[in-house]
Design a binder for this molecule. Structure first.
Ligand SMILES: [Zn+2]
Length: 284
């Protein structure tokens, strides 16, 4: 025991030196491994994290799945890419800032969910009356028909939104037999159809409501021209809708969906052609 005690100091020094050398070598190995890139165990976790970002289903087209405004809970929420929201919102908010837009949502106008994957058309209407947009919305709610468009544009360019874009509104109503197929809007299953009253066997199709945004312009057919402020507001609203979805919806008027309907009025014909070709009333 005494001899052992006498040898302890030397052994301790040796052990300390060996341990020191071991850690020095270990340190050098780690430094060299990092400098050589992804082949080392240290770099592997980074590769795994990167691979989850680009998994299937999270491609560019999905980026618009979750627009900024209030929406029903949906299965699409799992595909949200938070890192892309700020970019989309900045663009959306900049365009929206140019609109005089008032949100006045009425729950009774909502007839189901309509996500970006089901958005195809912008349908233009005339109110066939001269009431202010806010009064139009009140009248829709008061008559109990559960019929409304998403937006109403007044003659001074004021825009009232009464249905979120992610929801179905009954603005297009029934269309000609065969129009569901013609316009590619055959799935009516998301529409609760509350308040609908069939108008005849010649117009049984209801799919347009489930695939479109409706815009009413305060205008009486035959009364004359559309004021510049109203048309400029429509230009900006269409740009806003395009930015919201990240793609351009086809633009039609109501009478294209149901022949014999009066809206839009004849005096809007050239503007409609300009919107369809250039997405602005001026055609430029
Ligand atoms: Zn209409």
């Amino acid at each position: 025991m005494l001899r052992n005690k006498a040898q302890h100091p030397k052994r301790r020094i040796l052990i300390v030196v060996l341990v020191g050398v071991f850690f020095c070598i270990l340190y050098l190995v780690i430094i060299l491994s990092n400098s050589q890139g992804g082949s080392s165990p240290v770099a592997m976790p980074r590769f795994d994290v990167g691979s989850t970002i680009s998994e299937p289903g999270q491609q560019a087209g999905v980026a618009t799945d979750e627009p900024a405004e209030a929406s029903s809970s949906t299965a699409n929420q799992g595909e949200l890419r938070p890192e892309e929201e700020p970019h989309q919102n900045q663009n959306l908010e900049a365009i929206r800032a140019e609109l005089y837009l008032i949100e006045d949502y009425r729950p009774s106008f909502v007839h189901g969910y309509k996500g970006p994957e089901h958005q195809k058309y912008i349908v233009l209407h005339d109110t066939e009356g001269d009431a202010l947009p806010q009064s139009v919305v009140d009248w829709w709610e008061g008559n109990g028909n559960l019929v409304a468009a998403h937006f109403v544009i007044g003659v001074d360019g004021t825009v009232v939104q009464c249905v979120p874009m992610d929801n179905i509104a009954h603005h297009a109503g029934f269309g000609n037999a065969g129009h569901n197929e013609y316009y590619g809007v055959t799935d009516e299953s998301r529409d609760d159809r509350l308040g609908t009253v069939p108008i005849g066997s010649w117009a049984p199709d209801y799919g347009m409501n489930s695939y479109s945004i409706g815009i009413e312009m305060v205008h009486v057919g035959g009364s004359g021209y559309y004021p510049p402020a109203q048309l400029q507001a429509l230009d900006k609203l269409i740009a806003y809708i395009d930015a919201y979805y990240g793609f351009e919806s086809a633009i039609i008027d109501h009478k294209a969906w149901r022949t014999g309907n009066s809206d839009t009025s004849p005096e809007f014909a050239q503007y409609l052609a300009n919107y369809q070709a250039y997405r602005s009333h001026t055609g430029a």
